[in-house]
Design a protein around this ligand. Structure first.
Ligand code: F55
Length: 803
């Protein structure tokens, strides 16, 4: 079979030859003894070879065209697997399948041998990965900058239903997608003292670059993800070694070893830990030094920086970029203060991903002054300048209560600040940055998130992707707006049948996987009702499990009332130190074991919670989902991006008016979305009533029964008191208004039941969800950033490709 990448046709035979060459000469393995790992490595190298040329071409074109470059600074890139994504974007999947079959392996097995690169916690990190892919697809010249964590997000196991964390070790085996660039290395200082217009650090490490190519759809363009690994500046402090202080002599090595060792596993609460601040500065300083070095090889006037460089800060984690850029421009390159400040501001943009107060980064002035003394001075001067220029009173500003407010710093040092959904951007203006918004009207804008349809539809859901392409051609893959041409087929009974068949194929595959990995039998004809995301009180997995208990209870009371059979599927990790989230996990698992062994409801209800939810698990579960749970307390979920993936894959959503749910409902039509719950405004008002939970529970027979069953120990018979704390919080400290929304949620679920029992009506709505998901492509989001923040243009305008 002949496959065409953009560069040149690659036949199965040619690919096979390339794979065998790598097996022999790169890996030194004999085909007769090669394992799945060996074939995976050989195939990865062969595919990687196909990326290198377009990668070079893109780099050359950017240099030659003197194009403006985008630099996306992020502490997290939640990439998942790379091999299949690369093969899909290069059009080599079928050729690879032939090769695998010929050498006696199943391509799926080879693909699944690759560990996930889990260099992120959740939505923020996965968004960064989708953005990289979209920037390559669109031809936006860009670099991602991040940290090459040796250990990504921890692995999750359940022991007695409780979360246990174990270290993740994706880098134990060689990583075929990276190119080490030891020649691109920068010294990163810490501590010491600020001296007259400069800084004498007391410790330092070296940031050493590792590059991963990021190939866009059809190989039209490729960008680079540059991850920094920490290396000791000197292996040994010789002076200390010679004086006999052996432990102190090894200190530089110790710091370097810890710096890029592990990803902080918190997705909301910031911790104020010194190592985290050092990691943030490590990433930011390495990136900025690299950016300025590259700029200076091409241009001589640093004043032109904002015309050729746009730097985006993914949340406040790299917000030290403001002071660091000023420091490099002034202390190192001799620019005058006010010009440096202007240049930095014109270059930087800041994306806000949360309003939760516990997530807003603040560093004590003591810690900041100790770890980054020169930056502390610069921050104070930025703060003074801003206060004077805007006549703000002394008690507001970046430095408040002996803490550096990183949100305020990022805002003041950026020319644009964006939220990630329409509702969220609105709330950003009204709440966290209310005052700054009045001082700088127009600086806050919205860029609603999106997800890449290559990974989240074409890769994850081959049955549906093929069906769509058969109907409307392949144009939707590179231009998701085209998917709206599917809309008329919602009325076509044959198409609905095929759409349903594609979903069923995915549900059968998921059922088999659940059976094999968890030993629980689930029925592919039951409704698959899914909530997968980090476990957090504001995301309200407890609302979902409470409703599950009520449903089970009512099914038992009246088993023949015409219930729609359901499988409740949960997935997600809790931050290791988040006790309440861990308790919710425990409860879900306890409820699952009771319900799954109940003979009365065995054909009506099952609850499954596969451990260690990650990107690869999402790719398995989302295409098999009928109902998407997006049930956060209104005003708390900045956007959500899982919600968009489900919509694309033809799931219906049950959700609150929160984050991007609002826009999903607008796009798919309110009649094709199950809405429930209080609005963001109502939530604020409701909380003023201190009895809000008590009143709601007393008015709800269902909710009372649920809490009664839990408190009696129905789900923890060996330890009946286990959930007394949880139930007490439901009555008395229900910050996320579970009780207030419970009845409305329960009722909406019964409407879901009714629709599911009418397959034709369900399928019509499901088709419309997919057909109207065009807005949620991250290609659209990136075009928005390019136009409104980065002021860059695609390098591919007027060109089909680079060839
Ligand atoms: C990670 C580290 C810290 Cl210190 C704080 C937050 C995080 C983090 O992972 N945040 C996160 O994932 N935020 C999410 O960003 C998504 C992309 O914009 C949103 O869709 C989602 O609503 C938001 O919670």
């Amino acid at each position: 079979m002949n496959m065409t990448t953009n560069m040149r046709p690659v036949s199965s035979a040619a690919l096979k030859q390339a794979v065998e060459q790598h097996l022999t000469y790169t890996l030194g393995k004999d085909a007769g003894h090669a394992s799945v790992y060996d074939w995976r490595m050989a195939l990865s190298f062969a595919i990687r070879d196909c990326i290198v040329e377009p990668w070079f071409r893109a780099t050359r074109s950017t240099y030659e065209g003197q194009r403006k470059r985008v630099y996306y600074l992020s502490m997290e890139f939640l990439i998942g697997r790379t091999l299949e994504d690369a093969m899909i974007n290069l059009g080599l999947l079928e050729a690879a399948r032939d090769v695998a079959n010929e050498v006696g392996f199943d391509l799926r097995e080879i693909i699944e041998d690759e560990p996930d690169a889990a260099l992120g916690n959740g939505g923020l990190g996965r968004l960064a990965a989708c953005f990289l892919e979209s920037m390559s697809t669109i031809g936006c010249p860009a670099f991602g900058y991040g940290i090459r964590y040796e250990h990504g997000l921890f692995r999750q196991r359940f022991e007695g239903g409780q979360q246990v964390e174990t270290p993740e070790d994706w880098l134990t085996l060689p990583h075929p997608w990276e190119f080490a660039r030891p020649e691109s290395a920068y010294e990163i200082g810490f501590k010491g003292e600020a001296v007259d217009g400069g800084w004498r650090p007391a410790e330092s490490v070296v940031a050493s670059a590792y590059d991963m190519p990021v190939i866009g759809w059809q190989g039209r363009w490729a960008n680079t993800l540059r991850l920094w690994g920490a290396k000791p500046t000197t292996l040994f402090d010789l002076e200390r070694f010679n004086s006999g202080d052996y432990a102190a002599a090894a200190e530089p090595e110790a710091l370097a070893r810890t710096l890029s060792r592990v990803l902080y596993p918190d997705d909301t609460t910031y911790q104020g830990k010194e190592l985290r601040l050092k990691q943030e500065f490590f990433l930011t300083s390495a990136a900025l030094q690299d950016i300025l070095r590259r700029f200076r090889t091409e241009y001589d006037d640093l004043a032109k920086l904002p015309t050729k460089v746009a730097i985006q800060m993914n949340d406040t984690h790299p917000a030290i970029a403001g002071p660091e850029l000023i420091r490099l421009l002034t202390d190192v390159h001799g620019m005058e203060w006010s010009q440096a400040q202007e240049i930095a501001r014109a270059t930087l943009g800041y994306t806000n991903h949360t309003l939760l107060p516990e997530a807003l980064e603040r560093w004590s002035t003591w810690l900041m002054g100790n770890v980054l003394p020169r930056h502390m001075q610069i921050i104070e001067r930025i703060d003074d300048d801003h206060r004077r220029a805007t006549k703000r009173p002394a008690h507001v500003g970046i430095v408040r209560n002996n803490e550096v407010q990183m949100g305020e710093l990022a805002f003041i040092m950026s020319h644009k600040v964006n939220g990630v959904s329409a509702l969220h951007s609105d709330l950003v203006k009204k709440t966290v940055f209310h005052d700054l918004n009045e001082i700088h009207p127009g600086r806050i804008i919205n860029q609603t998130n999106g997800v890449t349809p290559r990974r989240w539809l074409k890769l994850a859901n081959p049955p549906l992707a093929t069906l769509i392409s058969d109907k409307i051609g392949e144009g939707w893959i590179g231009d998701l707006e085209q998917i709206k041409t599917l809309e008329p087929f919602a009325k076509d009974a044959d198409f609905r049948r095929d759409f349903r068949a594609a979903k069923r194929t995915n549900k059968v595959a998921l059922s088999n996987w659940v059976g094999e990995t968890m030993g629980v039998k689930i029925d592919p004809d039951a409704m698959f009702d899914v909530q997968i995301k980090r476990i957090h009180e504001y995301k309200r997995q407890h609302l979902n499990i409470f409703e599950t208990i009520a449903l089970w209870h009512n099914m038992r009371e009246n088993p023949n009332a015409g219930w729609a059979p359901r499988v409740k599927i949960f997935g997600g990790k809790s931050a290791p130190g988040y006790a309440v989230a861990k308790e919710i996990i425990h409860l879900i698992n306890d409820v699952a074991s009771v319900i799954n062994s109940d003979p009365v409801t065995k054909d009506l209800l099952k609850v499954v919670y596969p451990p260690n939810y990650n990107v690869s698990m999402a790719e398995r579960v989302i295409p098999a989902t009928d109902l998407s749970e997006q049930i956060s307390t209104a005003g708390k979920e900045a956007s959500g991006t899982g919600n968009m993936k489900f919509t694309m894959n033809g799931a219906l959503t049950i959700g609150t008016l929160d984050g991007a749910n609002v826009e999903i409902r607008e796009q798919v039509g309110p009649e094709n979305f199950f809405l429930f719950g209080l609005t963001a405004d109502e939530v604020v008002k409701h909380r003023r009533n201190v009895r809000h939970a008590r009143d709601a529970i007393e008015a709800s027979q269902n909710m009372q029964s649920v809490l009664q069953m839990i408190v009696e120990g129905r789900f923890s018979p060996s330890d009946p008191d286990r959930y007394h704390g949880l139930v007490d919080r439901a009555w008395n400290h229900d910050h996320y208004l579970v009780a207030a929304d419970f009845d409305s949620y329960y009722d909406a679920q019964r409407k879901v039941d009714a629709l599911y029992l009418d397959p034709d009506a369900w399928e019509e709505q499901a088709v419309l969800n997919t057909a109207r998901s065009g807005f949620f492509s991250s290609d659209r989001t990136i075009r928005g950033y390019m136009a409104d923040i980065w002021e860059t243009e695609s390098a591919l305008v007027g060109e089909e490709s680079l060839t």
